[in-house]
Ligand binder design. Structure first.
Ligand SMILES: [Mn+2]
Length: 578
C-alpha cells in the first residue's frame, strides 16, 4: 500500500482538500445561497406534464404513483404525493411499492396495475421509467396515461413514444445533477409558478435526502443551495423523527442524512416485507398520521434483575422509525449470514474478485456485500447471481487498483451491461460468456495499491481532527472529506485491540477505528515479533461524539502491516551507497 499526493499541500488541510477537489468558485461554494436556479420551464415536456396532471386532477381521475425502491425513489414519490394533496386534499391518489428492490414498470408492477380495483387514469413514475417504451405503450393501449419524472440516462431510441417523459438528461440548459427528487421538485416549482401556488419549497427537506441518497454532486452550486435550504428546514415528520434530537439543536449537514435516514430507507427497500415497505411510504407522506401503535418493550428491573415487559403507545412516525432500524439490523444479520456462504464460491486468484451468490432471495443486497468484499480483500469485486441464463449483480471498485471498474468491465466486450457509477454499478453477463469473463479478470494482476490522498504524514494530528470537524458541512458527495495517508506509523502492539468486528488503535493521542476489520491482519499484528508494529493506514479525520464527550478520531479505510525486514533492507542499501 502506497500513497501519492493529489496536489501540492496548501496552508492547511481544508484549503488543500478544497483545492484538490477543484472547487471552481470557492465563494459560491461557501455561500451557495447566491447560486442561480435553473428555469423549471426549460425542462423538456414540463408544460405537457403539468397540463396532464392538472387535467386529471380537475376531472377527479384516479392517480397512482409508483414508488421506486431506494431513498431517491421514496422521497421523489413522497414529494409528488404531498404536493398533489396540497393542491387538492381530496385527490384520488394511490401508490404501488415494489415487493423487491426493483426499478420501473416490472412485470409484477404491470400485473398489480391490471389488478387494481379502480382502473387508474394516470400513473406517475418518479425516479425511473424513461426507458419503459413497451410497457408505457401497453398502458396507453388500455387508456392509462403515464407521467415519467426521471433523471436516469436513456438512449434516444429507448425513449417511450407514448406518455409524457420529463428527464433532465434529455434536456439542455437545465441541470443534469438533479436526481429523481430534484427533477420532481423542479416540476412542482413549475406548477407553483404557473398557478400561483407556494407549496414546492416545503419539500426541500425530501429533495436533500434524494440528492444525497443518490450520491449526486452536491458541490454543484444550485444543488448545494437547495440541499442546504432543505437541511435548514426539516418539515417532514418522519424525517424529523429519524434525525431525532439533532433537528433544531444543531445544524444538520449532508453527512447526518447518510447516517440518520438514508440507510434505514435503503434497508427497508432491500430486505423489508411488502407491508414494511408500504408503511414506510405511508409514514413519509403521513397517510393515517393519527394512527397509534401499542408496542411491547422490555426493561431490566433493578430489584429482581429480570426483564419486565411493559407497553408503550407510539405515533406512526416513531413506530415506523423504530421498526425500520430493526429492519436495518435484520439486513446486517442477513449479510453476515450470506457472506460465508458466498465466500465458498469465490474466484479470487488475481486482481479482481468475482463471487457467486447461491442465494436468490435478496437481490438488493449484492451491492452492499460486494462493498464488504472490496474492503476485506482490497480488490475490485463483483457479486453475481445466476438467473435465467444470465449472471446479474453488482460491481464495486477499488480505486487504487482501477480508477473506473465499470468501464474496465465494459471494455471486456463480454458484459450485457454495466450501468451506474464508475465504481458502483449493476452488471449483467450472459451465462455463455462467464468463463471468458473470468479469464479476462485473471489477466489483471493484483497490484500494489496506490492511494491518492490529500495529506501524507507519519502520525495523526489532533489539530487536523478539530479542523475537519469544524468545517464538516463543506464535505459530502463528490467533495469528499480529506483523505489521509499515515505512512510508517509506528504503534506499540499493546495499543491495538479488537472488539467484535471493530479494530481500535491508539496512537499519538488519537483513537483510530476500523469497522469491519480483517481478522487475518490482526492475527499478523499479534504474531509479529517485538513490541511494536509499523503500519500504513488510510483514513479520515473526525471527532468522536460519545455521550456528548468529543475526542479526536481517525476512521480507518484501509490498513497494511509493513514488514520491518523490508525497511531494514532499504536502510542497508542506503548504507552501501554512502
Ligand atoms: Mn434516483
Amino acid at each position: 500500500m502506497k500513497f501519492k499526493l493529489i496536489g501540492e499541500p496548501r496552508e492547511d488541510i481544508i484549503s488543500t482538500t478544497l483545492s484538490n477537489r477543484k472547487i471552481e468558485n470557492l465563494e459560491l461554494f461557501l455561500n451557495p445561497e447566491a447560486a442561480e436556479e435553473s428555469d423549471p420551464n426549460k425542462f423538456k415536456n414540463s408544460e405537457e406534464g403539468r397540463d396532464l396532471l392538472l387535467k386529471h386532477m380537475a376531472k377527479g381521475s384516479s392517480i397512482v404513483i409508483l414508488v421506486d425502491a431506494d431513498a431517491d425513489g421514496y422521497t421523489s414519490a413522497s414529494i409528488m404525493w404531498g404536493y398533489i394533496k396540497d393542491i387538492d386534499e381530496n385527490a384520488k391518489l394511490d401508490y404501488i411499492v415494489h415487493e423487491q428492490k426493483a426499478h420501473g414498470l416490472t412485470d409484477k408492477v404491470m400485473e398489480e396495475i391490471s389488478l387494481l380495483e379502480t382502473k387508474p387514469n394516470l400513473i406517475i413514475i418518479p425516479d425511473s421509467g424513461s426507458n419503459e417504451r413497451e410497457n408505457i405503450k401497453k398502458l396507453a393501449e388500455k387508456d392509462i396515461d403515464v407521467l415519467v419524472i426521471d433523471h436516469h440516462h436513456v438512449e434516444p431510441h429507448e425513449v417511450p413514444e407514448q406518455g409524457v417523459i420529463i428527464n433532465n438528461q434529455l434536456c439542455e440548459n437545465t441541470n443534469d445533477n438533479f436526481v429523481g427528487a430534484g427533477v420532481v421538485y423542479k416540476f412542482i416549482q413549475g406548477i407553483d409558478e404557473a398557478y400561483g401556488y407556494e407549496f414546492s419549497q416545503n419539500y426541500l427537506d425530501l429533495v436533500s435526502i434524494g440528492q444525497v441518497g443518490d450520491s449526486s454532486d452536491i458541490s454543484n452550486p444550485e444543488i448545494r443551495k437547495l440541499v442546504f435550504q432543505g437541511l435548514g428546514r426539516i418539515n417532514n415528520k418522519f424525517v424529523k423523527t429519524a434525525l431525532g434530537q439533532a433537528v433544531g439543536l444543531k445544524k444538520i449537514i449532508p453527512k447526518d442524512l447518510s447516517f440518520g435516514i438514508i440507510p434505514i430507507v435503503n434497508a427497508v427497500t432491500r430486505v423489508g416485507t411488502l407491508e414494511e415497505r408500504q408503511i414506510l411510504f405511508e409514514a413519509l407522506v403521513g397517510i393515517g398520521f393519527d394512527r397509534k401503535f401499542i408496542v411491547k418493550k422490555k426493561k431490566k428491573n433493578k430489584d429482581t434483575g429480570k426483564f419486565d415487559t411493559f407497553e408503550v403507545e407510539q405515533s406512526l412516525f416513531t413506530y415506523v422509525y423504530e421498526e425500520s432500524t430493526k429492519i436495518k439490523a435484520r439486513q446486517n444479520n442477513i449479510v453476515k449470514k450470506l457472506i460465508p456462504e458466498i465466500e465458498e464460491n469465490i474466484k479470487d486468484d488475481k486482481g479482481v474478485l468475482v463471487a457467486f451468490n447461491p442465494n436468490r432471495d435478496y437481490p438488493g443486497l449484492s451491492g452492499l456485500i460486494a462493498n464488504k468484499f472490496v474492503s476485506k480483500y482490497d480488490k475490485p469485486s463483483l457479486l453475481l447471481t445466476l438467473n435465467d441464463g444470465r449472471f446479474t449483480g453488482s460491481g464495486r471498485g477499488h480505486e487504487a487498483t482501477l480508477p473506473d471498474f465499470r468501464k474496465w468491465c465494459e471494455d471486456s466486450n463480454l458484459v450485457e451491461f454495466a450501468q451506474g457509477h464508475d465504481n458502483a454499478f449493476g452488471i449483467a453477463i450472459k451465462a455463455e460468456n462467464i468463463e471468458k469473463f473470468l479469464d479476462y479478470c485473471k489477466k489483471l494482476q493484483k497490484q500494489d495499491s496506490v492511494y491518492e490522498v490529500d495529506v501524507i504524514t507519519s502520525k495523526p494530528s489532533t489539530k487536523d481532527c478539530f479542523e475537519v470537524d469544524k468545517y464538516r458541512e463543506l464535505f459530502g458527495g463528490k467533495v469528499s472529506e480529506p483523505l489521509i495517508g499515515f505512512e510508517k506509523l509506528s504503534v506499540p502492539k499493546k495499543f491495538i485491540s479488537t472488539r467484535g468486528s471493530v479494530l481500535n488503535i491508539y496512537s499519538w493521542g488519537v483513537g483510530m477505528v476500523q469497522f469491519g476489520h480483517n481478522p487475518k491482519l490482526y492475527e499478523a499484528i499479534l504474531n509479529y515479533p517485538g513490541d511494536n508494529v509499523t503500519l500504513n493506514v488510510l483514513g479520515t479525520y473526525s471527532m468522536n461524539d460519545w455521550g456528548g464527550k468529543l475526542s479526536p478520531q481517525v476512521i480507518i479505510k484501509d490498513i497494511y502491516l509493513i514488514d520491518e525486514e523490508i525497511i531494514e533492507e532499504e536502510i542497508n542499501e542506503e548504507t552501501i551507497i554512502f
